[in-house]
Design a protein around this ligand. Structure first.
Ligand code: HPA
Length: 282
């Protein structure tokens, strides 16, 4: 049998992080490629390099700083991951999602996941933001489900429900904030592929036919682990490039990072608005 993440590993990482904090975070935020700038808004931050946390997977690619920034984000004690690891870096899916387990063990009940994604929907342009309303777990269907292996009963059941991968209440808040702030927020389905190669035109036409609006290489496994532990998820894709459906343009990692500059201010406004709503009594 493969070597799967154990409770002992999760607990060792959780105690190491807790040991550096005076206040426990209430929400978790994962910042995708080119989106790390949002962590600068954390007040009185405690910064912990991933390499200092036992068993925590360390990112190897440009655009992912590789540290935890914990502190007050717009009035909410938050644990912000500046960068994540991906399956294509060589980690198994349960290692990729290890940080979500640590968040759950720390008592976090809500996470916000962000990513950079390619637009399959022809209405999207680079710099746009999409609220992820549902997902296609293509890699999971092909066998790479992050829950493969012994079920960690401490978090949830063997066959968890996935009828609401993204939380309807949180989506409503995000929609309200977008309207109030004049941000055009697309709503669509995100599909996760393993990468690291981008898609061929035929790959993209296939993804369009099966109902995907945006394509990337993350988020879906994290959402599955989150929902296994009944953690609520809000997800945003920053559209970094138009997917190359007709084979006329090339996709590069540089353009993915560059689009982040337009996306970060919008995402900041959206996340700030949602967190404010959460701290305000209605
Ligand atoms: N395809 C897959 N992943 C991505 C893309 C893309 O076009 N852009 C950003 N991440």
């Amino acid at each position: 049998m493969d070597s799967f993440v154990t409770m002992a590993e999760i607990d060792a990482a959780t105690s190491a992080v807790k040991g550096k904090l005076s206040t426990l975070p209430r929400i978790g935020l994962v910042l995708g490629s080119g989106l790390g700038g949002l962590a600068e808004d954390v007040k009185s931050p405690v910064s912990i390099p991933y390499s200092e946390i036992p068993h925590w997977p360390v990112s190897t690619i440009q655009g992912h700083a590789g540290r935890l920034v914990v502190g007050d984000l717009y009035g909410v004690p938050s644990m912000v991951m500046q960068g994540r690891v991906h399956y294509y870096e060589g980690y198994s899916m349960d290692r990729v999602t290890f940080p979500i387990r640590v968040m759950q063990r720390m008592g976090i009940k809500m996470i916000i996941l962000t990513n950079a994604a390619g637009a399959i929907n022809p209405d999207y342009i680079p710099g746009d933001v999409m609220l992820i309303v549902d997902q296609i777990n293509l890699v999971g269907m092909a066998g790479l489900n992050p829950l493969r292996g012994p079920n960690l009963e401490e978090f949830g059941e063997r066959f968890p429900d996935m009828s609401h991968p993204y939380d309807p209440g949180l989506m409503k808040l995000a929609r309200n904030v977008a309207v109030k702030e004049g941000i055009h927020l697309h709503e669509g389905v995100y599909v996760c592929l393993s990468g690291p190669s981008f898609e061929s035109p035929a790959d993209l036409r296939f993804l369009q036919r099966i109902g995907a609006d945006a394509v990337g290489m993350s988020t879906v496994p994290e959402t599955i682990i989150a929902r296994h532990g009944r953690t609520k998820v809000l997800g945003f894709s920053g559209i970094s490039n138009k997917a190359n459906l007709d084979g006329t343009t090339e996709t590069t990692h540089e353009e993915v990072l560059a689009a982040g500059k337009t996306i970060v201010p919008k995402l900041t406004t959206l996340i700030q608005g949602v967190l404010k709503e959460l701290t305000t009594d209605h």
